[in-house]
Every structure is written in structure tokens, then in C-alpha cells.
Design a protein around this ligand. Structure first.
Ligand code: RIB
Length: 292
């Protein structure tokens, strides 16, 4: 089985601020750092660091050389990463003194995916292969339909949630990884139990991981419900904590680990990510997670 992650690659401009800006406010930042990120790239790196061979597919624009370098340094296969003209995807991230963030996204090259490129990539994958997606690239409905037709197993982290997802046939998804906000956006429900109930009603064949910030996470499939608490750490920067959780949880499924063990591994990995600055740079290696 091959693992393909078709996703975004961003240059993250991270500004350290006393508090997240309010409308109309001008505030001097204390520090600026530039990191490799993007939900797609972060999740590929998390998978690779967890020991899973992964192909990343995506588009890198001008100024994105470091994104390709970081894939190679971490063993992510870049055969399906293409360079394109025009600006690379990037973000402006404010991180406050409590490690909380606020992210402004510019899609750039991530929004230049064409159906031809999707076909070119997917022809290298087959029935039983795994496809991981987030919502920072265009052509998601086409990618989902094409992968489903091939018999690939589709995993979706619908983040950030927007109207584009309403164009997707989400009944083709086997596993959702959502936080409570995305859970509410998909189901219209606020309470975790209700979100899970509604997801089961709408997508009876899908499993789901619902992450609840400081309240931990819940996994649901046809066999039942599993809960996991967080590992408490001092938050330095929460960027990519969710992506780290996603990559590590999926790695545990691929490795055939019991669900409870996978949730614990993912929770531990994301706690380590929260205790470090940046996106890709904050994602721990498997042995660090196992020995923590
Ligand atoms: O999930 C964190 C990521 O979201 C950041 O790396 C940023 O690029 C945005 O895509």
C-alpha cells in the first residue's frame, strides 16, 4: 500500500506578539521567524517522522525552495511536487505570549492545481492505496472523485473549513480528522457527542477523530468510541499541533496499532509540537515521542 498526501506547502512568516491583533489595531511584533509549513506539508513530515514512507503531491511557487529541501531532508518523496510560476503559498501567523495563534493564509501556488496535474499524479496510485487531503488546495472535489473511482482509501482533514467542501462528495471519505469547530461546521452541532452522532448519521461508513483542544480527542468507528486526554505541556506555539496529531494517528493505523495506542501516540506527539516553535520544525521524531 502506498501513501499519498495531496496538499499545501506554505512559507510561514511567524510574528511573536503580545496579543493577537484586534480590528483596526497596529502593533509592533517582538520577533519574526520564517518556517516551512502548510497543513499538507506538515502532515507529510509528521508521517515521515513517524516512519511512514509518504509521497507528497503539490505545487511550489517562487520563494518555496526551502519547502522542497525540507521534504527531502525528512525523507518525504517529492516525485509529485511540481514547481510553478507565481508566488508560493504563504501565511502570516501571529503567536501570542500563551502560544495561541492566528493564521492569515495566501493560497498562491496551492490554488493552481489543474485536473491534468491530478490525473498525472493519481495514475501512479491504485486500489488500496491511501490518500490524505486537507482543504488548502483547489480541485478537492475532482481529487476525491478520481481517487474514489480508483478504490483508494480517502482520509480528509477538512481544514480550514469553507464552502469548497460543500462541493465535495464526503460520502467517499473513510476517515475524517476534525476539530470541534470543523465538526460544528460539518454537522451544525456544538456538543462533541452530537457532532459524532451527526457524522455517523451523514457518513455511516466513515470513522472519525474529533480533537477537542485541552479536552483531548475522541475516535468513533463502527466498533465504538475511544477517548484520549491531552499530555499537558507549556504551550510555546500551537501551530501544526493538529497536523502532528493527524500524521501520527494515521501512522498508527498503517502500523496496525490498536486505536487507543494510536490516539495516545498522536496526543503525545502533538504535545511535543506545542512545546516548540514553528510548524515543520516543531514535529518530533518517533523515537522522541516514544521516549517522552
Ligand atoms: O496547521 C498549521 C498550518 O496552517 C501552518 O503551517 C500554516 O501554513 C497553515 O497552513
Amino acid at each position: 500500500m502506498k501513501v499519498l498526501n495531496f496538499g499545501s506547502m506554505n512559507v510561514d512568516y511567524v510574528y511573536q506578539v503580545d496579543h493577537i491583533l484586534i480590528p483596526g489595531e497596529t502593533l509592533a511584533s517582538k520577533e519574526r521567524n520564517v518556517f516551512c509549513g502548510g497543513k499538507g506539508l506538515n502532515q507529510s513530515i509528521a508521517l515521515a517522522k513517524a516512519g511512514i514512507p509518504v509521497y507528497h503531491a503539490g505545487l511550489v511557487g517562487e520563494g518555496g525552495d526551502a519547502l522542497l529541501d525540507v521534504c527531502r531532508e525528512n525523507g518525504v518523496n517529492t516525485e509529485f511536487v511540481k514547481r510553478v510560476e507565481g508566488p508560493c503559498g504563504h501565511t502570516m501567523i501571529q503567536v501570542d505570549k500563551n502560544g495561541q495563534n492566528s493564521i492569515l493564509l495566501f493560497g498562491g501556488s496551492n490554488r493552481c492545481i489543474t485536473k491534468d496535474f491530478v490525473d498525472e499524479v493519481l495514475k501512479n496510485f491504485d486500489k488500496g492505496d491511501m490518500l490524505l487531503l486537507q482543504n488548502e488546495i483547489n480541485e478537492l472535489p475532482y481529487i476525491i472523485d478520481s481517487a474514489y473511482e480508483k478504490g483508494m482509501m480517502i482520509i480528509l482533514n477538512p481544514s480550514p473549513y469553507d464552502n469548497a467542501l460543500e462541493e465535495c462528495d464526503l460520502t467517499k471519505v473513510s476517515l475524517f480528522l476534525v476539530n470541534e469547530i470543523e465538526g460544528e461546521q460539518i454537522t451544525g452541532e456544538k456538543k462533541p457527542e452530537k457532532i459524532l452522532e451527526k457524522i455517523k448519521e451523514k457518513y455511516p461508513k466513515a470513522s472519525v477523530v474529533l480533537t477537542l483542544g485541552s479536552e483531548g480527542s475522541i475516535y468513533q468507528d463502527e466498533t465504538g468510541i475511544y477517548r484520549q486526554e491531552i499530555y499537558k505541556v507549556k504551550a510555546v506555539d500551537t501551530t501544526a499541533a493538529g497536523d502532528t496529531f493527524t500524521g501520527y494517528f494515521i501512522s498508527s493505523i498503517i502500523d496496525g496499532k490498536p486505536i487507543q495506542e494510536g490516539l495516545a501516540l498522536a496526543a503525545k506527539a502533538s504535545a511535543i509540537a506545542v512545546s516548540r516553535p514553528g510548524a515543520v520544525s516543531s514535529i518530533p521524531l518517533k523515537n522522541e515521542v516514544e521516549n517522552a
